[in-house]
Design a protein around this ligand. Structure first.
Ligand code: SF4
Length: 266
C-alpha cells in the first residue's frame, strides 16, 4: 500500500466524499482496519476462488488460510464490504460457489467482472470469451436466486438482453458518470485503456472536465451508441464495453464484441 493512502482517505472523508478501497485483504491488520472503521471506508475485497485450490492458484500457496483469518478480523470490526470476483479461465468453475462463499463470509454483495483481454491477461490467455461469460453468469444467477443473495455483474451491460434473475443486477459502464484520475494527475479514458484525455496538474478540475468533454475521442465515444440503434437496451448499455471493442476488434467505435446481439450491428 502507498503510505499516502491514509491521508487521501482522511481528506476525502473530511470533504464529505464517500470513500472506498479495493484490496485483496491480505495486509489487513488491527491498526488499518480500525482506521477504516473510524473513517467509514467501504471495502471491495478481491477474492479469486471459493476453494483453497482455486484461490491459491492465483494468490499463492498458503494464502487461503490467511484470507479466512482476515475475513474473521473484518467481522470483529463490523466493517461493511463486498467481494470482487474476476472471472477467468483459471477460476471459471468457481463462480457459482462464490455466491455461498460471499454470503457465508458476511459480504454485502458479490460483484463479478470478467477479465478484460488486456495486458498480462491477454498475453497469458486467461480471459474467457463471451459464451463462457454468459454461461457463468447464468449459473451464478441461478444460485443467487436460490440463496436470495444480491449479485452485481460489472462490465457486461449487454447481459440485459438475457432474462436472468432479479438477484443479478447488471451495472452500466460508469465511464460517463465518473472519471478515473491516474496517480500522475491525468483523466483517463477508462481504468483499462489508460489513455489520458485531460489533466489536473495544471488545470482546475472544472477546466479539465471541460477539456474532457470537448476532446474528439470523448465525443467519438458518445457518438458510439449510434452503432447499436435499434437495440431496445441502447440507453442502458450504450453499445457495451468500449475497452473490449478496442482490445478485441482494434476499433473503439464498434459495439461490444461480447454481445451476441451486437454481431448484427458489426
Ligand atoms: S446490441 Fe449493442 S446496445 Fe444492445 S445489448 Fe448489445 S452491445 Fe448493448
Amino acid at each position: 500500500m502507498i503510505p499516502e493512502l491514509f491521508d487521501y482517505l482522511k481528506k476525502a472523508r473530511k470533504l464529505g466524499l464517500r470513500a472506498s478501497i479495493n484490496s485483496n485483504g491480505l495486509l489487513f491488520n488491527e491498526d488499518n482496519l480500525k482506521f477504516l472503521k473510524d473513517y467509514d471506508i467501504y471495502l471491495y475485497i478481491s477474492i479469486d476462488g471459493a476453494t483453497k485450490e482455486a484461490y491459491e492458484k492465483i494468490r499463492g500457496l498458503g494464502n487461503y488460510k490467511l484470507l479466512l483469518s482476515k475475513l474473521k478480523l473484518l467481522e470483529k470490526y463490523n466493517l461493511k464490504f463486498s467481494i470482487l470476483f474476476t472471472l477467468s479461465s483459471i477460476n471459471f468453475s468457481e463462480a457459482q460457489k462464490m455466491v455461498s462463499f460471499a454470503q457465508k463470509n458476511g459480504a454485502e454483495t458479490l460483484c463479478l467482472i470478467p477479465v478484460i483481454p488486456s495486458g498480462q491477461a491477454k498475453k497469458t490467455g486467461i480471459w474467457i470469451d463471451s459464451s463462457l461469460v454468459i454461461k457463468g453468469m447464468e449459473k451464478v444467477a441461478e444460485e443467487a436466486e436460490k440463496l436470495n443473495y444480491k449479485i452485481y455483474a460489472l462490465d457486461c451491460p449487454f447481459l440485459k438482453i438475457f432474462p436472468l434473475s432479479n438477484y443479478l443486477i447488471i451495472e452500466a459502464c460508469p465511464s460517463f458518470e465518473m472519471i478515473d484520475i491516474s496517480p500522475a494527475g491525468d483523466i483517463l479514458i477508462c481504468d483499462v485503456l489508460d489513455v489520458p484525455l485531460a489533466e489536473i496538474r495544471t488545470k482546475s478540475l472544472k477546466e479539465a472536465l471541460n477539456d474532457l468533454n470537448n476532446h474528439p475521442f470523448y465525443q467519438k465515444l458518445k457518438e458510439r451508441t449510434k452503432v447499436c440503434s435499434g437495440c431496445p437496451e441502447i440507453d442502458f448499455c450504450r453499445a457495451g464495453c468500449y475497452a473490449r471493442s478496442y482490445l478485441c476488434l482494434g476499433d473503439i467505435s464498434k459495439p461490444d464484441p461480447f454481445c451476441p446481439r451486437a454481431s448484427n450491428f458489426r
